[in-house]
Design a protein around this ligand. Structure first.
Ligand code: FE2
Length: 439
């Protein structure tokens, strides 16, 4: 049985621990705040604080990791970054290291105020020209409507990037896929991408296994394997079936923003980069919408059809229609073998995207698209044109380091060269494509 005195000691210990934990949380929440924003202590707290070890708690850094450039167009790009507490933020940028311009995100007259992710969009940039930028954030202790304490602004290092120019003579990009949260694979593919130094990176789906927590969501999209990966070259996200799974799948847009240029289909893209029309489409889940596992929460079938209508129009845009190469990126392959013994007339979802064939392929075929780059099967494979397949298809491997691939595509006006690389440096194949016949 517990004696009153031992109970008292125990409670006191708990209270003290609780206080110290509270202090530590407060230090995080008020990172960088001045004296006015510090933790308020009463006299009892002060007495306990005096008992605490005389080590000043280090203020947490407000900016976490490095920013991620995404949703590029020829003249604009979105920048997403992490903060450790409630904060406002903006981007300083310009054509020289002196910066000089500011993009301040906000809505309805209010500057952005959020945690743990902030974002801003830069517009009016010059394609093919280096833009310098840094992220700025200030912690905000929002006590009430008339007491808002602003802390010291924190800045990222100055980074630089270039947006792809539609009129450039050459363009090269990399495609990775199905990394599935495997740190070793992420390090290997990002190291390879760094080595190849492409102008854009396409992450062709299945970043996740499924999205369960906000911490996981932020880590996997903004600092995968705990490292920066898109602070100096934009990434283009193509959604995979595992990226639309999990209780927080609907929060993915917090970190991987919808593209403003293809709204409301914010995960589809058609972007002219040098001689290449880069197309991205979302194949969605890999089962029928009425599969019981989705409990009635899926509507990918009309979504694929809507992307078909969007694609038809996108392929007619002058800068896309005049591109020597049209290359589709989609997570689930557009072509594949139907499973043996399936019921007659059953639509295939898992092995290939039969609805993509129905709604997208006629437009791609009419346009003379040369190549589909996919993932999903986790097995590298190249499928050349044949009588049932009007364009080539290249599938990247994954998710173990031994099976992972980086697909490197290098385009000039006369040839597109595509190389599939293993992480040990072995070349799995090189394929070349000629410009399409433009009327
Ligand atoms: Fe996958």
């Amino acid at each position: 049985m517990t004696t009153p005195s031992s109970q008292s000691t125990s409670e006191s210990g708990l209270n003290r621990r609780g206080f110290l934990e509270g202090l530590s949380l407060g230090a995080v929440a008020t990172a960088g705040l001045g004296v006015a924003g510090g933790v308020t202590m009463n006299s009892a707290d002060s007495a306990m604080a005096q008992e605490a070890p005389a080590v000043e708690p280090k203020p947490a850094k407000l900016l976490v990791g490095e920013p991620v450039l995404q949703c590029p167009t020829s003249t604009g790009v979105s920048i997403v970054w992490q903060v450790s507490g409630n904060a406002t933020g903006w981007i300083e940028y310009g054509p020289t290291q002196e910066l000089g311009l500011v993009a301040k995100p906000g809505l309805n007259g209010l500057n952005a105020l959020s945690t743990p992710v902030l974002s801003a969009r830069l517009e009016g940039l010059t394609p093919g020209v280096t833009t310098y930028y840094r992220v700025a954030s200030a912690p905000i202790d929002f006590q009430n409507a008339y007491k808002i304490i602003r802390g010291e602004t924190e800045y990222s290092p100055v980074h630089e990037f270039r947006l792809p120019a539609p009129e450039a003579q050459a363009f090269h990009w990399c495609v990775i896929n199905d990394t599935h949260e495997v740190d070793e694979t992420l390090h290997a593919v990002f190291n390879k991408v760094e080595e190849l130094n492409p102008e854009l990176l396409v992450w062709n789906g299945d970043i996740f296994n499924d999205i369960r927590t906000q911490k996981q969501l932020i880590r996997q999209t903004l600092s995968p394997a705990g490292r920066p990966y898109a602070a100096k070259r934009p990434m283009m996200f193509v959604s995979g079936n595992h990226d639309v799974r999990g209780v927080l799948a609907r929060d993915l847009d917090l970190c991987l923003l919808p593209r403003p240029d293809s709204s409301p289909l914010g995960r589809s893209f058609a972007l002219r980069c040098g001689p290449v029309a880069m197309i991205g489409l979302d194949t969605g889940e890999d089962k029928a919408d009425n599969h019981p596992v989705y409990a009635g929460l899926a509507q990918f079938e009309p979504y694929r059809e809507a992307q078909g209508r969007w694609l038809e129009e996108a392929l007619l845009r002058p800068e896309i229609a005049s591109a020597p190469y049209v290359i589709l990126h989609c997570h689930i392959p557009l072509f594949g073998n139907r499973r043996d013994g399936g019921p007659e007339g059953q639509v295939e979802f898992a092995r290939f995207c039969e609805q993509g064939q129905k709604w997208w392929l006629p437009h791609l075929k009419k346009a003379g698209a040369q190549l589909v780059i996919s993932g999903h099967t986790h097995r590298h494979r190249f499928m050349p044109v044949n009588e049932n397949q009007p364009m080539a298809q290249l599938i990247g491997g994954a998710p173990s380091p031994a099976k992972a691939t980086v697909i490197h595509c290098e385009a000039t006006a006369s040839e597109l060269k595509v190389t599939a690389l293993q992480m040990d440096g072995e070349i799995l194949g090189v394929w070349t494509f000629k410009p399409r016949n433009l009327a």
